[in-house]
Design a protein around this ligand. Sequence first.
Ligand SMILES: Nc1ncnc2c1ncn2[C@@H]1O[C@H](COP(=O)(O)OP(=O)(O)O)[C@@H](O)[C@H]1O
Ligand SMILES: [Mg+2]
Length: 176
Amino acid sequence: MMEDISSHIMDIVMNSVTAEAKHISVVIEKDPRTSILGLTIADDGVGMDSETAQKVQDPFFSTKTGRKVGLGIPLLKGTAETTGGSFELTSARGAGTTIRATFDSRHPDLPPMGNVRDTFFVLIVSHPDVDFNFHYFVDGKNFTLDTGELKRELDGVPVNHPEVISFLSKYLDEHL
Ligand SMILES: Nc1ncnc2c1ncn2[C@@H]1O[C@H](COP(=O)(O)OP(=O)(O)O)[C@@H](O)[C@H]1O
Ligand SMILES: [Mg+2]
């Protein structure tokens, strides 16, 4: 199991970046009534055919075939299922991929959230060409950031320009 939910998010979003996604949305939401924590990551990258989409969910796939395929997806699936949650991967070649996991936040084996602020920050500044749409609605926090919109406002100044980095850093500190 990964040590925190943020590490899962980083791993799954990096898959989207590798799949050449230009738009990636990350929604983390906790329903205050049911205590169900939901994580949805959607991209418009290259996608997978249905056979591949099935195989990458199998933790034994990489060892069986000798192919170099990691464990990011099986690990997230495992964490979700261990905590009484669910896991769903939908993908289509040329269209993109959506991964949705839920967790029961009262389950004793749910890993801590970890540092969502740093995860978002690193993703934004290290992938300035990707438009990220972040939503974080958990325990009274209500944070939304659309870097595509931010870039339109910046009018050509890159999101990894030193002054923008410093603005983003403060913005994330204040809101997350
Ligand atoms: N968002 C995605 N778009 C297209 N292919 C993906 C995506 N996420 C995962 N994959 C495919 O599934 C494989 C397994 O992903 P993962 O379990 O995270 O391990 P790793 O990233 O180490 O290969 C990737 O190597 C890639 O081929
Ligand atoms: Mg991965």
